[in-house]
Design a binder for this molecule. Structure first.
Ligand SMILES: Nc1ncnc2c1ncn2[C@@H]1O[C@H](COP(=O)(O)OP(=O)(O)OP(=O)(O)O)[C@@H](O)[C@H]1O
Length: 444
């Protein structure tokens, strides 16, 4: 349940547009107290309202005190004229047995922050991570054996699901923030869990960091610089992979022979990106190593991953997701109104409609679509003037692999309109010059 203190009535008369809002994720700890104060101070007189978003995780016995502190602090600042308003959310559930408490808290915190920000009309959320946090992140990632993307640490700005998350102080030293807090005599709370050595980050902070800065006084800035280099390298590698994949991959998979023409490091880079696109997760280093040595072989082959199976068939590598739990019954009706993506979770994929100039279907056919399973006996016409033939024969003739056939058949007014893997039935193709859409079935 979210709870926000009421808006200042004088600032937002009922008829006026609401003031633009910026949100700050406010734990009531030192750093986010400073960031909230600095943001609210900068917003004075700008017509901008600052939302302080506080999450009560329900994990620490002190969480009620932190919430009470946040309420008092924001009320005090408002009395002093700062345009700040507190919104809080209490997490009522708990981590599942065996789940990492840290990972659960992080995931649920971001979910709740996003929910509150959007509810209150803010799409920009500021986080108070600073240079030391970035340096720690880089070290922790390196100690986990992360690749260059992990070593990039936290991004300064990232957009996810309608919210832009920004860390404006990622280049600020911790000591600069401490100085700000002292200068403004800000009150903040100390999170007792920061002292628990069972968390890797705390062990690093408590045991390793003091020795590290004693031996290398520049450690914080140097490690944060290294993360910036790694972030740039990650972006460059992503661009290279996109260029390579434009040549070597299409909707039916990765063309093995073209992939082999790349240098070995580019092969790995392209394969990793392609797998992530298809499977929604990074491949393990073992799988990558195996693919690099085994993929060039001849004949059909398969490789398993936790996300699904990779198939090499007729010179292409394709990914078939593992069957997940059935989330819902397959949808039976659909209305396609124009270009876009039409998710069909019950069928395990989505229909993608794109505007085309030829070989598309007139949108009138797509106003009321029946989605049906194959039952046998369906007839599909692959081209104008050609005979309609059974789906089985058409699939064989077009060499469509089994995993590309498992989407819904689309009917309109009893006429077969679209078949996954084959496309639009020629009997419903639009005439040249008419508005038309092409459809594609995408699994996963
Ligand atoms: N309970 C919370 N409610 C709202 N935002 C939070 C909460 N916990 C963390 N954050 C946000 O995430 C950032 C990083 O979290 P982290 O746990 O490293 O910081 P912290 O030690 O809790 O607090 P601070 O950064 O304020 O000193 C915080 O600076 C804050 O912006």
């Amino acid at each position: 349940m979210s709870d926000c203190s009421p808006m200042a009535a004088s600032r937002t008369p009922a008829t006026a547009e609401p003031a633009p809002r910026i949100a700050v994720a406010y734990s009531a700890g030192r750093d986010s107290t400073a960031l909230l104060h600095a943001t609210a101070t900068a917003a004075v007189g700008q017509g901008v309202e600052v939302l302080a978003l506080h999450i009560h995780h329900g994990l620490s016995p002190h969480a009620d005190d932190w919430l009470a502190h946040a309420q008092r602090q924001c009320a005090r600042w408002r009395r002093q004229g700062l345009p700040v308003r507190l919104c809080t959310q209490r997490l009522t559930h708990k981590p599942a047995t065996g789940e990492s408490v840290e990972a659960w808290a992080r995931r649920e915190r971001y979910r709740a922050l996003r929910e509150m920000a959007l509810q209150e009309g803010a799409t920009l959320v500021l986080l108070a991570h600073h240079q030391r946090d970035q340096a720690e992140t880089l070290l922790l990632q390196a100690l986990r054996g992360a690749g260059v993307a992990g070593l990039a640490g936290m991004p300064e700005t990232i957009e996810r699901e309608g919210v832009t998350w920004t860390r404006p102080w990622l280049q600020q030293s911790r000591s600069a923030i401490e100085a700000y807090v002292r200068h403004h005599r800000l009150r903040f709370v100390d999170d007792d869990s920061n002292d628990q050595p069972r968390f890797a980050r705390n062990r690093l902070r408590l045991d390793v960091w003091p020795a590290l800065v004693k031996a290398f006084p520049q450690a914080e800035a140097s490690l944060a610089d290294a993360a910036t280099w790694a972030a740039q390298a990650t972006d460059a590698l992503a661009e290279l992979a996109a260029m390579d994949l434009a040549d070597i991959a299409d909707a039916r998979g990765l063309k093995v022979n073209t992939w082999r023409t790349l240098s070995a490091p580019r092969q790995v880079n392209a394969l990793r990106t392609w797998f992530q696109r298809e499977a929604g997760a990074l491949p393990s280093s073992t799988l990558l190593q195996r693919l690099q040595s085994e993929l060039p072989g001849a004949g059909d082959a398969q490789w398993q991953s936790p996300q699904g199976t990779l198939h090499r068939r007729r010179g292409r590598l394709a990914f078939v997701p593992a069957a997940g739990p059935v989330m819902s019954a397959p949808e039976s009706l659909l209305h396609i109104s124009g270009p876009g993506r039409y998710p069909l979770p019950g069928w395990g994929g989505e229909l993608v409609a794109t505007r085309v100039r030829q070989d598309g279907v007139h949108p009138a056919w797509l106003a009321r679509i029946d989605l049906r399973r194959r039952e046998g006996g369906e007839q599909f016409m692959a081209g104008v003037g050609r005979p309609a033939r059974s789906l089985k024969k058409q699939y064989q003739a077009a060499d469509v692999p089994a995993w590309e056939r498992d989407g819904p058949l689309l009917y309109s007014g009893g006429q077969l309109v679209f078949v996954p893997g084959l496309g639009i039935d020629a009997r419903v193709l639009a005439l040249p010059g008419q508005p038309q859409l092409r459809l594609r079935w995408q699994r996963g």
